[in-house]
Design a protein around this ligand. Sequence first.
Ligand code: GYE
Length: 336
Amino acid sequence: MKMMYNASGVRSMKKTLSILLCFVMTVFVLAGCQADSGKKGEPSLLLGFSQIGSESAWRLGNTRDIEEQAENYGVSLMFENANQKQENQIAAIRRFIAYQVDVIAFSPIVEDGWDNVLMEAKEAGIPVILVDRDISTEEEDLTTCLIGADFYKEGVMAGEYLIRKADSLGLEHLNIVEITGTDNSTPMRQRQAGFADAIAGDERMEILESIDGDFIKSRGEECMRSLLEEYGDEIDVVYSHNDEMTLGALPEIEKAGLVPGKDIIIISIDGGQEAIDVLKQGKINCVVECTPKLGKEVMETAIRLKAGEKVEGVIHPEEKVFSDEMNLSEIGPRGY
Ligand code: GYE
């Protein structure tokens, strides 16, 4: 009897122990899930992000924002910087596919040449988000959506500012030089088209030359130097596709004995801190905002894609124009 009692005692102890063990294991598993979850209770997610490079304050601000928002949303980030080379971006995307990330996001440096690698992502069942810039393709469904600025609208806003400025100064003819961004990139194409369309109906406006500055400061400097050699003080307006090239161009104008902001109307795009400071000094007349803060939308979209949800095709952030028409002391710190 005693033996039987002991045996069943042991049995019931074993049972209690295994229930306890199950409970403890469940707690551990749940705790593990919790640790993996995003701070907003989203499922854990591995995102491969291929960045173009570090060519501008905009790009650095964009990288910082992607990293901060990944952290905020509890998204694990595989980040690769392509140092301005498309082949590095293609290689990075291939590594993301081999690694079987949940979602791929990338900012395509140019629009063409992505079909093969994006077909590979599609075959691997990995959804792709375009960030900042678009691609051009004949293939269907290679990407899920585009999160980036409306560059055409930015160009239009730059052109509309110039028309208002010409009106307010009573100018009869304006010779414009345009320093463009990376050839075959979306912001270059659309900022050029939007600006050209906005001034097209205005007979006062003449574009003397468009010259490729590749979105880089040193190229902006070189471009301005050669434009000044060619046209000298015939230039009335510089329309530059980003702040970096504008900041490169300004000292060249001063070296040529001209006053930027007065002798030459300067229009820039991005709205980084340094350009806004120069706008406040009067050496730039207008800066069209292009926000690099796309990280929040990227993370929220990636989370929805992983959950198998549908996402919006195009997401454009709201953007403003900063110019000598406004009270410049109202512009707060830019954060990039
Ligand atoms: O304007 C420029 C950058 O694609 C919007 O790229 C971006 C552009 C931005 O390097 O400064």
